[in-house]
Design a protein around this ligand. Structure first.
Ligand code: BEZ
Length: 235
């Protein structure tokens, strides 16, 4: 087996710990974020177009994520002064899709040594050995990794999808349900599977109130958007 191989973090693992220098000062991760959800994401390089479009979009949506108790933390293998210069350029010069004068207020980690990006499996040599891929880690308030999504260098992320994932994870936790394909808040949700033959029978016979079954193992119920957002969003 090759020396120095670092196992990539997986869903359900504790988020690997690190201390870092960022554009908002030093952070201790994930300890400083206890009690909040965190989207920890990497981007390939400062002063590149796809990354610039992504940072402008994320910064514009930051308040929306904050209302869902979610903080944003970015990383690339560039240094701090490059990060600062790039974020200043974005604010002062770039206008894109109606976004302008965009200030990136969330921390952007410098990782010139690649220590953190390697720890999180963000360096994927088949794609690039000198740049991080576009990784997205959803970390819950207890510091557990709940979802991981990777995109290649050429593909900008869909931030509405990242928000949908965050709300779906919180909905699953708060209401003890699962969410079906293409779920959006307000759509029917999946109830936990029948735990006994008796419950399975009750369900297919339509005797369980407010539950609709497509078969004994596939049952849903209504969960309206207002109920979800009332529980999840801060005022
Ligand atoms: C970009 O963000 O535009 C980009 C970064 C690295 C490689 C290719 C594109």
């Amino acid at each position: 087996m090759e020396e120095n191989v670092i196992a990539m973090p997986r869903i359900g693992d504790k988020a690997p710990e690190f201390k870092a220098v960022t554009t908002q000062g030093k952070i201790n991760f994930p300890g400083d974020y206890k009690g909040s959800w965190v989207i920890f994401f990497s981007h390939p390089a400062d002063f590149t177009p796809v990354c610039t479009s992504e940072f402008m979009t994320f910064a514009t949506l930051e308040e929306k994520f904050e209302r869902a108790n979610c903080k944003l933390v970015g990383l690339s293998v560039d240094g701090l002064y490059s990060h600062i210069a790039w974020l200043r350029t974005i604010k002062e010069k770039i206008e894109f899709k109606g976004m302008k004068n965009v200030e990136v207020k969330f921390p952007l980690i410098e990782d010139i040594t690649m220590e953190i990006s390697k720890k999180y499996g963000m360096i994927q040599p088949g794609e690039s050995s000198t740049k991080a891929v576009r990784a997205v880690f959803f970390i819950d308030p207890k510091g557990i990794i709940r979802t991981i999504i990777y995109y290649p260098l050429s593909l900008g992320r869909n931030f509405e999808e990242l928000y949908r994932v965050l709300i779906a994870l919180q909905t699953a936790d708060e209401f003890e349900v699962a969410t079906p394909a293409d779920w959006q808040p307000g759509d029917e949700v999946i109830v936990p599977p029948a735990g006994s033959c008796g419950v399975a029978k009750e369900r297919v016979e339509g005797n369980e109130k407010d539950i609709k079954c497509y078969d004994w193992f596939f049952c849903t119920k209504k969960l309206d958007k207002e109920t979800i957002f009332k529980k999840i969003l801060k005022n």
